[in-house]
Design a binder for this molecule. Structure first.
Ligand SMILES: C[S@@+](CC[C@H](N)C(=O)[O-])C[C@H]1O[C@@H](n2cnc3c(N)ncnc32)[C@H](O)[C@@H]1O
Ligand SMILES: [Zn+2]
Length: 289
């Protein structure tokens, strides 16, 4: 190889390194496909809470409290915690006095869900946790890797999607799905990546974010500062409907093979009674879709 070949090789390796760095640290692997993305998150899951401690300090005050206030008239809200990660929102919600709802905590990464399940299980057995704030039985975990979401229209009273919209190659497609599974009059709790977040290509101004919400059938919304990298967004879906009420995962999960919702649950598995499709359930209670 002459000097030009060596130079090209180093330039090429440098470029690949730069692109990988951008992809992994700025875009969290979103362009690598769901399996690789899940693998990256699995690796990150053990350190995730450590890195995010500061941003999680006000979860009760900024997230759980305001959400439950908006759901005041829904005694047993059925909530989707989309891209739950290590379960920060489920943890904050179940810790609220008087929370009487049920949460489906969904993520593409099994590693993240394991952390979430461990955290919630610790809170349930911690003797300092008041009996009314124990998460056990209030949260079900679902690993699901892609859009569309496996739920019927208008299935949930509230849908939460924190620090995740910017990770989608097409934010509109994600928001359309979240709107579809939210009941008319239901609450969306989400976030807008700020200009300081570093994902410049993905940052939408408050005005554009608001327009995007309007386009996806949300009428009232509020975008306020939350922490350095994200604003908090609360939006209400147009219209009104009866609360989804007391439901469980098996009441809303559409079978990926036949589309029906007809499950038989046993330890370690969920079986579709219509087509026989079987989903494994891990020891931590995570349903693998
Ligand atoms: C930055 S974390 C946010 C986690 C959590 N919502 C929070 O605020 O701490 C992003 C999460 O989104 C999940 N995620 C990314 N794309 C997803 C998708 N298409 N479906 C489900 N989860 C996804 C990742 O696995 C990760 O747990
Ligand atoms: Zn089926």
């Amino acid at each position: 190889m002459d000097w030009f070949d060596w130079l090209s090789l180093f330039a090429g390796l440098g470029l690949i390194g730069y692109l990988l760095d951008r992809e992994i640290y700025f875009y969290e692997g979103v362009h690598l496909g769901p399996r690789l993305q899940a693998w990256l998150y699995d690796r990150w899951s053990k350190k995730y809470d450590e890195g995010k401690r500061e941003s999680q300090l006000r979860d009760a005050e900024m997230l759980a409290g305001p959400l439950l206030k908006l759901l005041e008239k829904t005694p047993e809200p059925f909530i989707l915690d989309f891209a739950t990660g290590t379960g920060r929102l489920s943890y904050a919600l179940t810790g609220q006095p008087g929370f009487n709802g049920h949460i489906i905590a969904l993520d593409l990464s099994q590693g993240m869900l394991v952390r979430a399940a461990e955290k919630l299980s610790r809170a349930s057995t911690d003797l300092d946790t008041p009996a009314t704030a124990r998460p056990a039985g209030r949260v079900e975990f679902l690993r699901h890797r892609t859009l569309p979401l496996p739920f019927p229209n208008a299935a949930f009273d509230a849908v939460c999607a924190l620090e995740v919209l910017e990770l989608f190659p097409n934010m509109d497609e994600a928001l359309a799905e979240l709107s579809r599974v939210l009941a008319p009059g239901g609450v969306l709790l989400t976030s807008r990546g700020t200009e300081a977040s570093g994902r410049r290509a993905k940052v939408k101004s408050k005005l554009d974010f608001g327009l995007m919400l309007t386009k996806h059938d949300f009428e009232t919304f509020e975008i306020i500062p939350w922490w350095k990298f994200f604003d908090r967004v609360i939006a209400i879906r147009n219209g009104a409907s009866e609360p989804a009420g007391r439901k469980r995962l098996q009441d809303v999960l559409q079978c990926s093979t036949c589309g029906q919702i007809q499950w038989e649950r046993s330890v370690g598995a969920m079986k579709c009674l219509n087509c026989g499709n079987v989903l494994s359930v891990t020891g931590e209670g995570i349903v693998l879709n």
